[in-house]
Design a protein around this ligand. Structure first.
Ligand SMILES: *[C@@H]1O[C@H](CO)[C@@H](O)[C@H](O)[C@H]1NC(C)=O
Ligand SMILES: *[C@@H]1O[C@H](CO)[C@@H](O)[C@H](O)[C@H]1NC(C)=O
Ligand SMILES: *[C@@H]1O[C@H](CO)[C@@H](O)[C@H](O)[C@H]1NC(C)=O
Ligand SMILES: *[C@@H]1O[C@H](CO)[C@@H](O)[C@H](O)[C@H]1NC(C)=O
Ligand SMILES: *[C@@H]1O[C@H](CO)[C@@H](O)[C@H](O)[C@H]1NC(C)=O
Ligand SMILES: *[C@@H]1O[C@H](CO)[C@@H](O)[C@H](O)[C@H]1NC(C)=O
Ligand SMILES: *[C@@H]1O[C@H](CO)[C@@H](O)[C@H](O)[C@H]1NC(C)=O
Ligand SMILES: *[C@@H]1O[C@H](CO)[C@@H](O)[C@H](O)[C@H]1NC(C)=O
Ligand SMILES: *[C@@H]1O[C@H](CO)[C@@H](O)[C@H](O)[C@H]1NC(C)=O
Length: 480
């Protein structure tokens, strides 16, 4: 039903990332489709001279999707209220579409909560892009192990891993790929899954409250008044309606492949206010503005760092004597909450001030739009550097032989706060390990942090073994 022309138009909107043009789709917090960058750190993502990436890992949110049930109800509620209002006189041409607007889902019963077509495209592209970028870490026509959260509300996380695998592995993906979907509700998976908060009773995502509520009550009423001033008849936009306009912009655009009319409703300044509301949602929901939630993915990070310390050639033997050599491209998929918790654990944002509820700090590094958008990805590169192997060019004085880690958020290198002495502002791996161990010590015992009282949960254990042991009883095998 969507003409090719419309699709191309949407791609062009995304493509127009030139620094002087404002692209609303890149300021929608968690509700925008994927785009690379922006390059706000000024660090080249080229592999530094004298170094090679010898191990890569990533953790991604699922790709673009249809709305969940709750969000879709908000759309249909708006639709029915507009319909019930009868004739409206709308004096702003950017709002004129409202009278004839209909939610864009063609088959909501089947579509709700699933990946959308733009999601398919993002994941195939991602798979092929990673294959091209890390081709030296994968041998032609060989098996690849991947990981996914077994998200029980929808197959979208597993499906993201499947579509990625098809883009990465090509026509033989079904034979070559094996996805371990970790059941985070299984008590044996305590702090050893891709959704560790599921077994943590003290975990509570406040959605950014009370900070986001304060900000909402500050920025939304003026927009509501402005818009309602243009609508005459027996209908007014509620504050909730107004708060979902950018959400509708992001979702309708990626679902239809054409730019949603909702994208023109907010002014640029208003979109930036919405973007900040999204920052507050993540920062105070399960990010660095929280006390329990921010630690949830720390064990996973610790397990990954251990894997990086072990190096690309290490093989692991489980209790039954089975040998496993993890791939050198280690890709995992989960949901935005977990990606945001991982981002909180990284150390990249440790130098940031807590976000204020009453004003936008213009120079903040933490912007949800650049982090947890659909298919938002935290990448880790292990850099093996040797000044002798490629001449000494680019190194200046002092040897930088050794192993480093570099964190790449949606294709942009972000330095670790207080640890960027390595090539290309990378962090010496041994130093990064210390930083992560320090955070683990700060978090303390996870059984205690989570107030685990269920005796079937191994609450003393907080080390991650899923990267190195494919035989875990709570892993469900999914094929691409
Ligand atoms: C809406 O406007 C049309 C044309 O102006 C009119 O025929 C119709 O009766 C109006 N409907 C309502 C519900 O006011
Ligand atoms: C798929 O695997 C088969 C069996 O190993 C091989 O003959 C074929 O070339 C592979 N296809 C591609 C596209 O590499
Ligand atoms: C590759 O994976 C398949 C399962 O999809 C398995 O049967 C086969 O033994 C694996 N090959 C190797 C070399 O591990
Ligand atoms: C995940 O684990 C829970 C708790 O043990 C169980 O009820 C559920 O059936 C499991 N899910 C799958 C897909 O195996
Ligand atoms: C819309 O809001 C205005 C201003 O608050 C109010 O006067 C009007 O009665 C409202 N209309 C409807 C249909 O709720
Ligand atoms: C891993 O093994 C390959 C092939 O033997 C070798 O070239 C490489 O240097 C090894 N990497 C490390 C970090 O030991
Ligand atoms: C821990 O859980 C128990 C049992 O659910 C409850 O009684 C207790 O208040 C909780 N403690 C804390 C600190 O949350
Ligand atoms: C494990 O936790 C239980 C209670 O949760 C405690 O009694 C026990 O001493 C702990 N064991 C270890 C080895 O820490
Ligand atoms: C994981 O934790 C358990 C229990 O604390 C411990 O026995 C085991 O050695 C740890 N494994 C690793 C790889 O650190």
């Amino acid at each position: 039903m969507v003409p090719l022309g419309k699709y191309v138009a949407a791609t062009l909107v995304l493509g127009a990332v030139a620094s002087d043009s404002f692209n609303v789709l890149q300021h929608l917090g968690g509700n925008g489709q994927w785009f690379p960058g922006p390059d706000i750190t000024g660090i080249s993502s080229d592999v530094p001279a004298g170094c090679k990436v010898d191990l890569f890992a990533s953790f991604s949110r699922h790709g673009s999707r249809y709305p969940d049930t709750g969000a879709y109800k908000e759309w249909t509620d708006l639709y029915y209220r507009i319909q019930a209002a009868g004739n409206l006189t709308i004096t702003d041409s950017k709002l004129a579409f409202l009278s004839s607007w209909k939610p864009v889902l063609t088959d909501p019963d089947q579509q709700i909560a699933q990946l959308s077509t733009t999601g398919y495209k993002e994941l195939y592209d991602m798979g092929a892009t990673f294959r091209l970028r890390y081709s030296h870490l994968y041998d032609y026509n060989t098996n690849l192990t991947l990981w996914a959260n077994y998200y029980k509300s929808s197959p979208r996380v597993r499906d993201s891993a499947r579509l990625f695998a098809r883009g990465f592995l090509g026509p033989n993906a079904t034979d070559l790929g094996t996805i371990y979907a970790l059941n985070s509700s299984d008590s044996r998976s305590f702090m050893n899954s891709l959704a560790t908060s599921d077994l943590c009773p003290t975990y509570s995502d406040s959605g950014g409250s009370p900070y986001k509520d304060t900000w909402d009550s500050h920025y939304l009423p003026p927009i509501q008044n402005r818009l309602n001033g243009h609508i005459h008849g027996s209908f007014n936009l509620t504050q909730t309606d107004v708060s979902i306009i950018p959400y509708l912009c992001g979702f309708e655009t990626q679902i239809t492949g054409g730019t949603s009319p909702f994208c023109s409703v907010f002014t640029e300044a208003e979109i930036l206010q919405y973007e900040y509301a999204q920052d507050l949602r993540y920062w105070y929901g399960n990010g660095l503005g929280t006390d329990v939630e921010k630690y949830m993915m720390l064990p996973v990070l610790d397990g990954l760092v251990q894997r990086f310390v072990d190096g690309p050639n290490k093989t692991y033997v489980d209790e039954e004597g089975e040998v496993f050599k993890p791939p050198r491209v280690m890709v995992s998929f989960t949901n935005d909450g977990q990606v945001n918790q991982l981002i909180a654990a990284l150390g990249v944002f440790d130098g940031e001030e807590q976000l204020p509820a009453a004003m936008i700090p213009e120079n903040r590094l933490f912007r949800a739009s650049n982090l947890v958008r659909m298919r938002g990805t935290v990448g880790f590169e292990r850099l093996s550097c040797s000044s002798s192997s490629s001449g000494s060019a680019g190194y200046g004085n002092g040897s930088r032989d050794g192993v480093y880690i570099r964190i790449v958020l949606n294709d942009v290198v972000y330095p670790v706060a207080g640890c960027k002495s390595g090539p290309g502002s990378s962090c010496p791996l041994a130093e990064y390990r210390k930083i992560v161990k320090g955070k683990l010590a700060e978090a303390g015992n996870f059984g205690k942090l989570c107030n685990v009282t269920d005796s079937s949960i191994p609450s003393n254990r907080s080390n991650v073994t899923f990267f190195t042991n494919p035989d875990l009883p709570f892993a469900i095998i999914v094929k691409p």
